[in-house]
Design a protein around this ligand. Structure first.
Ligand code: HEC
Length: 156
């Protein structure tokens, strides 16, 4: 048991020998660059934005309504969320999807289209990305001169 603990403590390179590492000797912690996921101060929406920018923006566009979605040669086209059009909803046709609808779509993808399954992302990343997608469902109200988000408008 002792031998196993020593091996783990020095990263499996075997105790003793080169470098003079003694059993039980403490190595200085290795400096690693923090993976972006390790940012604990992020709010869920900020995390959703990061997940979206890393995984979704290439197809769906970064700026939502202000940018045409990327990759125009994909058919069906990646959704421009600003239009507020969703196919996979448990709600009546034409109305906005529930959070669970969005999570299901993101998890399973849309077979027969370029929309892949995002099962490999953690559930919380998928939920946060869904919450961020909701913020992109907006249009510019010319009369009021401001952006209106349909989910907010409908209190969801
Ligand atoms: C390789 C391109 C591609 C990537 C990357 C991608 N999508 Fe999609 N997505 C699509 C396409 C294409 C559609 C439209 C499919 C259709 O209309 O049949 C779509 C549709 C959607 C829809 C609309 C579902 C509905 O009910 O109509 C949502 C929501 C969505 N994607 C979310 C995401 C999220 C979140 C990510 C990142 C985690 C992502 N997508 C990444 C291509 C992509």
């Amino acid at each position: 048991m002792r031998a196993i603990q020593i091996r783990l403590a020095d990263g499996g390179r075997g105790g003793g020998g080169r470098g003079g590492s003694r059993p039980g000797a403490r190595r200085p912690p290795r400096r690693t660059t923090r993976p972006p996921q390790a940012n604990k101060t992020e709010t869920p929406l900020e995390r959703g934005k990061r997940v979206y920018e890393q995984n979704c923006a290439g197809c769906h566009g970064n700026e939502g309504p202000r940018e045409r979605p990327g990759l125009p040669y994909i058919y069906p086209r990646p959704r421009d969320f600003s239009a507020g059009f969703f196919k996979l909803t448990s709600t009546p046709q034409g109305s906005l999807p529930t959070d669970e609808d969005l999570l299901r779509t993101i998890t399973n993808g849309m077979p027969g289209s370029a929309m892949p399954s995002w099962e490999l992302l953690s559930e919380s990343d998928r939920r946060d990305a869904a919450a961020y997608v909701k913020t992109l469902v907006r249009f510019f109200d010319e009369d009021e001169k401001k952006w209106v988000n349909r989910f907010e408008l409908e209190g969801r």
